[in-house]
Ligand binder design. Sequence first.
Ligand code: SF4
Length: 334
Amino acid sequence: MIVHICCSVDSWYFLTKMREKYPNESITGFFYNPNICPQSEYLARMIDAKRCCDRLKIEFAQGEYDDLRFIAAARGLENEPEKGKRCASCFDLRLDKTAQEAASRGEKRFTTTLLISPKKDLAQLRTAAQTIAARYDLEFVFEDFRKGGGTQEAFALAREKEAYFQNYCGCAWALIKQRGFATELICAIGGVSGKTAGELRLEALKERSRLENEGQNASLFKRKKVMWSLLSASLSFEKGGERTRIVCDAAPYSASLKTRSRLIFVQKGIARFEKTAGFVVERAIAKPENARAVLGLGDWDITPIFIVEKLLDGVAKAAIESVFSEEEIFDIGR
Ligand code: SF4
């Protein structure tokens, strides 16, 4: 039997119960979830699902991360609520691929760990899966292990096994709706201090698997870390009583001016700098993200580098020089 795996939190209990209930069945866990965004989160969940299968001695297989396919399937359904039409489309995509995998392996049956997830609509899942099963001449194994305290037991087991608990369903729209401001969706080119939280999480999960595979004990723990990302930055100066904005690109890195800014909290989990200063780099360099390499700056810092495309006129230059010291202005030429 092929068991579609959505995440390790749901897998520990569901797979354990499946093995108890079907002791003669050879089970393969199939991780196919192109709905998960961003890819670092997909990889984190995949690594942890594989760890669960390895520990339970269940074969693990992985489908392709064809996220564009999911995005196409969700087109026009972006604003649907959870358990709505986007989720129906998401289930169809994942379960259809699972059924294909079962059929290609000559299996007769398939099911999904989504059935234990308390936030999923069981009727919606069952209808979708049975329609797909009929298409491939397979049986969909419907099991409601949530009953009789199963949901609580599933969480307790996942905690005991130190599963990675994600805090949103999976897709970008769930991320925005369930978490509000989603730092995961900010493009790295915009600038994040060092590695993103997703990348750090992924590294930790990989390292734990590596240590466990070597027979060492490893434990996950949570630590809060301040992350920052440059959402916007601009240069402006006063000219003739009016404020004029200078056309510039802003790159996120600087070297020494972090004490000039104060954090102002905008909403839970998000703060902005009251005032930022930074380096001004005259003349263009092709890509802002190259600025650090070009300038050979040291450690990551919070203040931006402003890259101006053309030589500034006298007034603007004077204004810039009143804010930035001489050593903070580079002319890197073309
Ligand atoms: S909310 Fe969850 S089930 Fe619904 S579309 Fe997004 S990832 Fe899929």
